[in-house]
Design a protein around this ligand. Sequence first.
Ligand SMILES: CC(C)(COP(=O)(O)OP(=O)(O)OC[C@H]1O[C@@H](n2cnc3c(N)ncnc32)[C@H](O)[C@@H]1OP(=O)(O)O)[C@@H](O)C(=O)NCCC(=O)NCCS
Length: 161
Amino acid sequence: MRTWSLDDAPAAFRLWGDAEVMRYVGDPHADLARTRAALARARAAQDASGYCVWALQAKDDGELVGACGFHPAGIDSGLTLELVFHIRREHWGTGFASEAARACVDHAFGELGATRIIAGVRHGNEPSMHILASLGFDDVGEDGDERLFALSAPFRPVDIQ
Ligand SMILES: CC(C)(COP(=O)(O)OP(=O)(O)OC[C@H]1O[C@@H](n2cnc3c(N)ncnc32)[C@H](O)[C@@H]1OP(=O)(O)O)[C@@H](O)C(=O)NCCC(=O)NCCS
């Protein structure tokens, strides 16, 4: 995973412009300008907060296969992040989302110091629910047209001198 370069726009547009990828996420990007704006926002979020929805690149050939990372959620006193993962359709079912989501969770509870991670999944998006359950997320209920999943930071005993 890495931050975005503006040169990624055509490949990112192939991801977010695909109506099938965006079926449970939102409107597909209609043009490259919308994708460029999304990449600019991700770069600004990374600079401001140290996280964003990152580019997900295959280790073998460097191809951009998707995006995975966090939006701020900010709904409690600690740092709560919202996890998202989007994979190019031709790579579905090959384990990219599971591997990337696990790495994001480890990074959030490690370097980023997050206290809680949430994820909203629209009804019918079974692969996403399966991935979250595999990572230990709890189904915490209904949130509009989504089911809400949550995972709290692992308890770490503190040395008291
Ligand atoms: C959801 C998505 C990210 C999954 O990506 P992926 O790379 O295919 O995911 P993986 O290959 O890592 O894992 C998919 C898992 O779902 C399981 N799965 C697939 N179809 C399923 C179904 N109908 N019901 C239950 N589980 C299912 C697979 O068996 C696999 O689990 P396993 O590794 O335990 O066998 C991808 O389909 C996608 O980009 N969808 C559009 C964007 C989206 O909806 N993102 C989620 C909202 S943020």
